[in-house]
Design a protein around this ligand. Structure first.
Ligand code: ATR
Length: 276
């Protein structure tokens, strides 16, 4: 029987996941379909119950349901539980099990685009919102312990550090403090919304003093590079834009649902084609 996957969110029409997954399912000859569902907060419980009885095989969860869905699932993976957000549900022996592939996808992309062993990297995360939390906890869970967090509101960065359940050697910094010590980091990850279209000339911190050869990633995906990445490249860094996280979180979900590794390069092309 044809398998059914999908994504639930509010709004949902902007989601690129349907085209990315459907192309991949097609190319790999997997008899399945991925559909976007517009689900409002008050309908979330009914929607999950409905998907369960209708035999849905798995789905993604996007804004604003990533946290609210947790109590509605049968089981939640410990990393997703710690992050407090689920973006992927897999039907396992009839049960709905929640995972977070945002952080894992991002770490997988670093391994692919940069290096496999990240354990010794002195890392700076800029921003302390939901995406930063997923990346921070995932890095710690994989043994990358030296991770500092810089944020406009330093207390939010402190909260992330104090509440994390892993082993960490982390400091909370102001954006100014991060700028002053930028040369000591080999991996820098930009997670704030600054630099997103149309505000493409803004950047949360200056990268002057960056060590050439550092790896700098920005989770924003604009068709052009962000100011942050342009500056990083000028100082001799290797750069990665937000297409990586977008595609790898989807690739990990795809693999969990189908037990088949998708073609990540083709998934990137699909998204690039959609975004122009
Ligand atoms: P997401 O879930 O996408 O990570 P979020 O939870 O809204 O989004 O987090 C947004 C991040 O961008 C936060 O780190 C926020 O800083 P504050 O905690 O100080 O709000 C950061 N951010 C957003 N606008 C900013 C701005 N104009 N200057 C500096 N930081 C900003």
């Amino acid at each position: 029987m044809k398998k059914l996957f999908g994504v639930i969110g509010d709004p949902i029409s902007h989601s690129l996941s349907p085209v990315m997954h459907n192309r991949e399912l097609n190319e790999l000859g997997i008899d399945a379909y991925y559909h976007p569902f517009h689900i409002k907060g008050e309908d979330l419980k009914t929607a999950v119950e409905g998907m369960k009885v209708m035999g849905m095989n798995g789905f993604n969860i996007t804004i604003p349901h990533k946290t609210a869905i947790i109590p509605l699932l049968d089981k939640v993976d410990p990393l997703a539980e710690a992050i407090g957000a689920v973006n992927t549900v897999v039907r396992e022996n009839g049960l709905f099990v929640g995972y977070n592939t945002d952080g894992e996808g991002f770490v997988a992309s670093l391994k692919e685009d940069w290096k496999d062993d990240l354990s010794g990297e002195k890392t700076l995360i800029v921003g302390a919102g939901g995406a930063a939390k997923a990346i921070y906890y995932t890095l710690l869970s994989k043994g990358v312990h030296q991770v500092d967090i810089a944020n406009r509101t330093v207390q939010t960065a402190k909260n992330l550090i104090e509440n994390q359940p892993y082993q960490a050697d982390s400091q909370a910094l102001s954006l100014k403090e991060a700028e002053a010590s930028i040369g000591k980091y080999s991996l820098i990850i930009q997670t704030t919304s600054i630099g997103m279209e149309p505000d493409i000339y803004s950047s949360p911190i200056s990268l002057q003093g960056l060590t050439p050869g550092a790896f700098v990633s920005d989770i924003i995906y604009n068709p052009g590079e962000t100011q942050f990445l342009k500056e990083a490249a000028r100082y001799g860094a290797t750069t990665q834009n937000g297409l990586a996280m977008l595609v790898y979180q989807g690739a990990l979900a795809f693999e969990k649902w189908t037990n088949t590794k998708p073609n990540v390069t083709r998934m990137k092309e699909t998204i690039q084609h959609c975004l122009g």
